[in-house]
Design a protein around this ligand. Sequence first.
Ligand SMILES: [Zn+2]
Ligand SMILES: [Zn+2]
Length: 336
Amino acid sequence: MQRLWRLGPGEVAWRDAPEPVIRAPHEAIVRPVAATTCDLDVMILRGTTPFTAPMALGHECVAEVVETGPEAAGLSPGQRVVVPWHVSCGACPRCRRRLPNTCSSFPPGAMFGMDVGGDFGSFFSDLVLVPHAAAMLVPLPRGLDPALCASASDNLPFGYELTVPYLAERPGADVLIVGGVGSVGLYAAAYAVAAGAGEVLYVDTDSDRLARAERCGARVQEGPPPRRTPRTYPITVDASGTEAGLRCAISSTEPEGMSASVGTHWGDVAFPMREMYAKGLHFYTGRGRGHPNIAAALAYVQDGRVDPAVAITDVVPFAEADRRLAAPAMKTVFVR
Ligand SMILES: [Zn+2]
Ligand SMILES: [Zn+2]
């Protein structure tokens, strides 16, 4: 089978790889039918991260089940499923607390499409072996287009996670999103609007992303993140990848408000601790929890409240991934 590798700056190629084989009863083999880049992949491909080549990429896809072990209950060949970005067991205390992104049965950080704690396969591939498939795989709801939902592994439910649970605690609250890294800020805006936020302000320097945020129903502000916004927000999201964006989100959060950052800060950054202490700031950062939010995020897509296409730049044949990812767009979906 073929697997896509980033070999160096602007250099991406298909390489032969051994076909996966089921060796444990809980495993399944799937074939990605719609795969796309996470915002992090785009940064890696553009060479703006500390990640080094060679690297087999891809941790966002909708796949078709090809083969199942006897304990992969509820799955059958031909079924379409979302494969979460992380690798997890579904049974350890962390998975049972709905934190499979930190599953204790695998090395810390274990995921697809990145050699963290081992090589677990990658989604720009013909086939992928999925451990604990019954716990890991999320059936794609009937009628949903795999191309539209390729990001349901990671960036799409991350947008949900950064806004919807906080809006449930503060119904109708206003939300500030500082964009910049790519799709996650746009998805956060889409879910905030869909979940009934008051005003959703989206700040970015990129005119294409600003137009897309406007299509989500956000009010947009063009330009670099200000030191702080003229008024404060109960919920703020730093999806900028910059220290200035993180600082803007924190300083624009109202007392006892919630500020979340999607990360992609590649070094230590200074926190305004005195200000955060004085006003009582709740802060979260992480890679997103993945599995626990996938079905809930897709429910918004199924009933038309969120359109994942707001962040999709184009949809092209799978075989073109080597050429297209040498100079990646924000979110190209590769289909077969
Ligand atoms: Zn990702
Ligand atoms: Zn686990």
